[in-house]
Design a protein around this ligand. Structure first.
Ligand code: F0G
Length: 456
């Protein structure tokens, strides 16, 4: 291409209004929400970067696929279209639809978990960790050391520490029912895992006779990073890279609200017949019959189409580049962000921007609230609020205190992002005046969703 500007590989087909608010209105709104951004009314948010999950824009062809949905309770042809689309990338024998990723997690950990057991991962996401701990099992994070250092430029910071995994499996023989690997590593900054690391992880698992599962929400973004960064992968088709990743695993859990471009959906896929049967029996209890599993036939059709669109190279080039556009601009302004820039989000390093706020006074929360008050930009704390409460009830600082600005797929334009950059610059310029928070009330689990706060 002779031009530098990477344009959105789509035209806008349908629009939704965005309500303009004043700083005074936002200060009132966030106070009424107990300073928890999850409790805001989304009409009070201007640029919503809370999550890239279920918030993307579906394509014309996905909306057309919705009309093709067959809503039969059993044996719907929409299931077959969905299953074939999944298996074309992830050729696992059994594909079990769920209403979203955590439903798949709940089912698989009900079977595999239980007290005395441990499930290692590079890094478990919050719902994954909570679903494991709910069964009494331990969720163990074994990402490489570079993955815990926000400034490290390692190209695959999501990689598993395979030596640590090997030692862990040796020390916990018989107590580890499965190893998980999250692609991309969301809690660690949206960082990819290399094919070489997946192969090594596979080899370690095989040596110990433990199955390997993918938590594959952002598989296409991970595969694009492999194509761009891993030696020998540059000429390859992303779909082939995805099939290579799948071939190294025994199964997967999936949130189809991310790379499959759905507003809702997920699945669980496994090769093992007996495990599949146990999972299907649990599916029927809470999700539904195995040919729809908590989704409408039309959703299954939209996901099948989304899976075709997400492995398109023009889309992925634009997607990864547009996330880096935001990250690079913040870096240039001297704002600390996790590097290299991840696939679906830019992670502000709140702990190093707000050195005067101790981790147990939640610098990530302080920064997230400030971005909302200043510009109506809603991000998400990924730090001590999200991960600080320990299973034994104590509290300690999380590894990092980050604010994630997640980019919904195909939803915001470059001028929306230019505005976000300005808001971040303004808040960073006033960083010294920001104060920490204390928690007023919190639930027993997943406290970040409903806790209320008070400024210190
Ligand atoms: N695994 C990862 C890596 C995730 O990022 C998520 C969701 C899940 C599992 C659970 O999937 O939401 O469909 O039940 N992450 C969203 C986020 C919520 O904002 O990153 P789900």
């Amino acid at each position: 291409m002779p031009f530098r500007t990477i344009i959105e590989p789509f035209r806008i087909h349908s629009v939704a209004p965005l309500r303009m608010t004043t700083e005074a209105q936002r200060r009132n709104a966030v106070q009424a929400a107990g300073f928890n951004l999850f409790s805001l009314h989304s009409d009070d948010v201007m640029i919503d970067l809370l999550t890239d999950s279920g918030t993307g824009a579906m394509s014309r062809d996905q909306w057309a696929a919705i009309q093709h949905g067959d809503e039969s309770y059993a044996g719907s042809p929409s299931y077959e279209i969905f299953r074939d689309a999944v298996q074309s990338l992830f050729p696992f024998k059994h594909v079990i639809p769920t209403h979203q990723g955590r439903a798949a997690e709940k089912i698989i950990f009900t079977v595999l978990g239980g007290s005395g057991r441990s499930i290692p991962s590079n890094t478990h996401f919050d719902t994954t960790r909570a679903n494991i701990e709910y069964t009494g099992a331990a969720a163990v994070d074994l990402v490489i050391a570079e993955g815990r250092d926000p400034a490290s430029l390692h190209p695959f910071k999501g990689n598993m520490d395979t030596a640590a995994l090997d030692a862990f499996l040796a020390a916990n023989r018989g107590a580890v029912p499965a190893v998980f690997i999250t692609i991309t590593n969301n809690s660690g900054g949206g960082q990819p895992v290399s094919l070489a690391n997946l192969r090594e992880t596979r080899a370690v698992c095989q040596r110990h006779g433990v199955p390997l599962f993918l938590d594959a929400c952002r598989f296409a973004e991970n595969a694009w990073f492999i194509r761009e960064r891993e030696p020998g992968q540059q000429e390859r088709n992303v779909a082939d890279i995805v099939r290579d990743m799948a071939s190294l695993a025994d199964g997967m859990t999936m949130s189809a609200k991310k790379d499959p471009m759905g507003n809702i959906g997920g699945w669980l896929a496994v090769n093992d017949d007996a495990l599949a049967e146990q999972c299907r029996n649990l599916l029927i209890l809470t999700e539904g019959f195995p040919t729809y599993g908590g989704l409408a036939g039309r959703d299954l059709e939209a996901l099948a189409q989304g899976l075709k669109e997400v492995v398109d190279h023009d889309y992925l080039r634009y997607r990864i580049r547009s996330t880096a556009y935001l990250g690079d601009a913040l870096l240039k302004s001297g704002i600390p962000v996790v590097q290299p820039i991840g696939g679906h989000a830019v992670y502000l390093d709140a702990r190093s921007l707000l050195k005067h706020i101790a981790p147990l006074q939640y610098p990530g929360q302080a920064l997230a609230v400030a971005l909302y008050e200043a510009g109506g930009v809603r991000g998400c704390e990924i730090g001590t609020v999200m991960f600080g409460r320990q299973a034994d009830g104590s509290e300690k600082a999380a590894t990092l205190d980050l604010v994630r600005l997640a980019i919904p797929r195909r939803t915001y334009t470059q001028s929306h992002i230019d505005y976000v950059i300005e808001v971040c610059q303004q808040v960073a310029a006033q960083a010294q005046s920001l104060r920490g928070y204390r928690i007023v009330s919190e639930p027993k689990q997943l406290r970040h969703f409903t806790a209320t706060f008070e400024p210190l």
